[in-house]
Every structure is written in structure tokens, then in C-alpha cells.
Design a protein around this ligand. Structure first.
Ligand code: TXA
Ligand code: MG
Length: 402
């Protein structure tokens, strides 16, 4: 690893590809093109580069170059049938990715009206772009199949992060970028996390500090009826509902806005998003997720049960890392116990921001078990629970007797 800041330059010699970290943290905006030049050069030469976004760090490559995109799959060991999200820095760039609209129109407001974008989606894009929202759009033939894993839609995101946008703008082409982790690992929310997974596998990491949201973008498919959130994120179903009144979320439940068990069964036959079937966000140590009872409003019962469980495991000589939603009052005093509070007060936005960093920090202790707990799966909580349920290998359900 080599830092661009000469006072902290640490050359790394092992491995087959040395990794440079370019920090934009102390740079003024007019310096960005110079600081980012080595990253942009690599991207122009078809090499992948790790870049910051407001959600998580991405492993980016030229979305219009199939060889460059293939290198993304190779670098992070990604299964070939899991398509990539393509990032743009302006609506104009959509022209390189999305089919033109063939129906004759009398009135064209902007670029969105020129393209085959579902009518109901246009107000959504005008409201939520740039930002953490990815949408599936009918792909132009020139978009390489390796990007979409052979699907006829391309997933597109217009990030809000100024450095991500500057890099795309300087390249002049859209960037395909999945999260910059090794496949199956928690997504990276800092340059250090990228380095943990991809040191010597990627030549440049652009460091712009911690990601502000911490969970990946909401993935929305508005080509189907009803429109479906395939992956929940910080743009929630409630936020989209005024624009897409029939919107549903892909999750098995009878609850309002989530798909019914019947709809779920149909979708399981043909997964709506190929990424769904893979294991995700997994720490190396097994993660046990305690699911609270809805009647346990203040969480006292689940806390009691977790404390009892942790003490019994410590007594049995196990090493335990705890991811708590906020600091616990009486943590067990033991050299084999580590607690990582995900927020100071239990606010979902803060938990979301710290979740992947918490999973990685807990994992670094090499515990026998990582213990955590559910939160209410609504709004932002839905996105957090989606990641926790995928990361967990053991589930414990607390049921309170009436
Ligand atoms: O916030 C984010 O979305 C981050 C940053 C880097 O932008 N990217 C990210 O990419 O999370 P990734 O690859 O980790 O997740 C992309 C998800 C996968 O579940 C994939 O299956 C789905 O989007 N996807 C991509 N293209 C698709 C398509 N055409 N149809 C259905 N699902 C698609
Ligand atoms: Mg990912």
C-alpha cells in the first residue's frame, strides 16, 4: 500500500499488484482533477479502481468495456451471473446506456423523455437523483452482456457523492461498480475496509473518508406491475409511495407494502434480482441474530436473554463479540468479550451507517461467535434487517408468554 500523502507513504512490496491509496480528504475542489489523475488513468486503461460513494465504496471500471468489467468479477471473485450497477455523472450519460424511446412524442421536456424509461419512474428520478437509488432500465445493445449478466435491463445509479461524480466526469464514460468487497463479505464503508479485502488485487483506492449512508442503494424495478423494491435501502417504500402508489417490497410477509406469500412463491421460481440467491455480508465468525418479540416494546426481554446467553458462552470458555444497537448498561467483564455499539442512542440512520464497519471490527477479534439483535423492520429498519438476516448464520427467536 502506498499513500499519496508523502509524510505517510508506506510502500508495500508483497503480492503481485501494489495498491495506492489516493486521499481526497484534505484537498480543495480545484485540486481534485490532479489528485484523481492516477485513478482516472487506470480507469481509462481498463483497470478497476475502488471509489467512494455515499452508500458504500465501489469497485469501478468502464461500463462500456467488457474486458474492464470482466476484471471487476475476477478481482472480487463475483459469480458471473450477478450483474453490476452502472454509475453516471449526468443525465446525458443515460444516452450511452438506455434504449431510445420509440413512441412518437409531441413534447420533450428533458433527456428522460427521449429514452425508454417507464412514465411513472420519471418523477421519481427527478426527485431522488442524484442519490442512493438504483433503477432497472431497458438496456441499449451496446451495453456489454458482462455488465448485465445477459439480462435486457441495466441497473443505473446517479450517485450524489461529489468525488464519485468527478471521477466519472473526468473519465467521460459510465462506471460499472459493485461494492468493493470480496464476494460474500460485508460491503466496505471506508478505504481501510477495501484494503482489508482487495490489497494487492486493485491498483488504486480513492479515499474520501467514511461513507455517509453505510448501506447499499435501494434497487427499484419499475418495469413490472406493481413496481418492486428488490433491495431495500435508505430511499424507503414510504418515500417512493407518493410517486408509485402500488409499490411493494420484496420480502415475505403479510405486512402492508411487502409482497404476499403467494407473490413471493412466484418470484422464488424466477429470482427478481440474481444477487438474491448468494450469501452476503458474512463475517468469518458465525453471526447469531436474536429476534425480539413485537410485544417486548422496550427490548428489555431480548436484552435479558442475550445477556444470559453471552454469560453462559463466556463461562464455557468462548470468545464473544457483541454488536449492540446502542451501548448496553451492564456489559460482562471479561477479556474474551468485546462490545461494538452501532449507535449512541439506537437511531436507525446511525445503525445503518455503522453496521458493516461493526461487523468487520467484530470479526477482527476472531471471536467464536458474534451476537446481535433485530430491530423493527420498517422504513430504514427494513434495509438494516435485510442485511442482518443475510449475514446471520444462526437465528434465535424470543417468544414472550402472555
Ligand atoms: O450502493 C450501491 O448500490 C453500491 C455502490 C457501489 O453504488 N453498489 C452495489 O452493487 O451495492 P452490488 O453489486 O453489490 O449490488 C448490485 C445488486 C445485486 O444484487 C445485483 O444482482 C442487482 O443489483 N442487479 C444489478 N443489475 C440488475 C438487473 N439488471 N436486474 C436485477 N438486478 C440487478
Ligand atoms: Mg455487494
Amino acid at each position: 500500500m502506498i499513500k499519496n500523502n508523502s509524510s505517510s507513504a508506506i510502500p508495500h512490496t508483497a503480492g503481485n499488484k501494489s495498491t495506492i491509496i489516493l486521499s481526497t480528504l484534505e484537498c480543495r475542489e480545484e485540486e481534485w482533477p490532479t489528485v484523481l489523475e492516477p485513478a482516472v488513468d487506470q480507469l481509462k486503461q481498463g483497470q478497476p479502481v475502488a471509489i467512494p460513494t455515499e452508500t458504500v465504496y465501489g469497485l469501478a471500471a468502464n461500463a462500456l468495456d467488457p474486458h474492464a468489467c470482466q476484471r471487476i468479477y475476477d478481482t472480487k471473485n463475483r459469480p458471473a451471473d450477478n450483474p453490476l450497477i452502472v454509475h453516471i455523472s449526468s443525465l446525458d450519460m443515460l444516452r450511452t446506456l438506455v434504449r431510445p424511446d420509440s413512441s412518437p412524442r409531441t413534447h420533450q421536456d428533458d433527456i428522460l423523455d427521449e429514452l425508454a424509461i417507464p412514465l411513472s419512474l420519471k418523477p421519481v428520478l427527478r426527485r431522488f437523483w442524484p442519490g442512493p437509488l438504483t433503477v432497472l432500465l431497458p438496456k441499449k445493445e451496446s451495453v456489454p452482456n458482462v455488465v448485465t449478466a445477459g439480462l435486457d435491463t441495466v441497473a443505473v445509479r446517479f450517485p450524489a457523492h461529489p468525488i464519485a461524480r468527478k471521477i466519472i466526469e473526468l473519465c467521460g464514460f459510465p462506471l460499472a461498480a459493485p461494492s468493493a468487497n470480496l464476494s460474500g463479505r460485508p460491503s466496505p464503508t471506508s478505504a481501510q475496509h477495501v484494503l482489508e479485502d482487495l490489497n494487492m488485487r486493485v491498483s488504486v483506492i480513492v479515499d474520501a473518508g467514511p461513507s455517509s449512508f453505510g448501506l447499499e442503494s435501494t434497487v427499484l424495478d419499475a418495469n413490472r406491475n406493481p413496481p418492486l423494491i428488490l433491495r431495500p435501502g435508505s430511499i424507503t417504500a414510504r418515500m417512493l409511495q407518493p410517486y408509485l402508489p402500488t409499490i411493494k417490497v420484496f420480502k415475505k410477509s403479510d405486512v402492508d407494502l411487502l409482497v404476499t406469500p403467494e407473490e413471493m412463491k412466484q418470484m422464488e421460481e424466477r429470482p427478481a434480482t440474481p444477487g438474491m440467491k448468494y450469501r452476503h455480508y458474512s463475517p468469518t465468525s458465525p453471526l447469531i441474530l436474536f429476534h425480539g418479540d413485537p410485544t417486548d416494546v422496550d427490548g428489555a426481554a431480548v436484552e435479558l436473554e442475550i445477556q444470559r446467553f453471552v454469560r453462559a458462552e463466556l463461562d464455557a470458555g468462548k470468545r464473544i463479540a457483541r454488536l449492540s444497537l446502542c451501548p448496553t448498561l451492564l456489559p460482562p467483564q471479561s477479556e474474551c468479550y468485546w462490545e461494538f455499539p452501532l449507535s449512541a442512542t439506537g437511531v436507525p440512520e446511525e445503525i445503518a451507517k455503522n453496521l458493516f464497519a461493526g461487523l468487520r471490527a467484530a470479526d477482527l477479534m476472531q471471536p467464536d461467535l458474534i451476537v446481535t439483535q433485530s430491530l423493527v423492520a420498517e422504513d430504514e429498519g427494513l434495509a438494516i434487517m435485510n442485511r442482518l438476516e443475510k449475514a446471520a448464520s444462526i437465528h434465535r427467536h424470543i417468544v414472550l408468554e402472555n
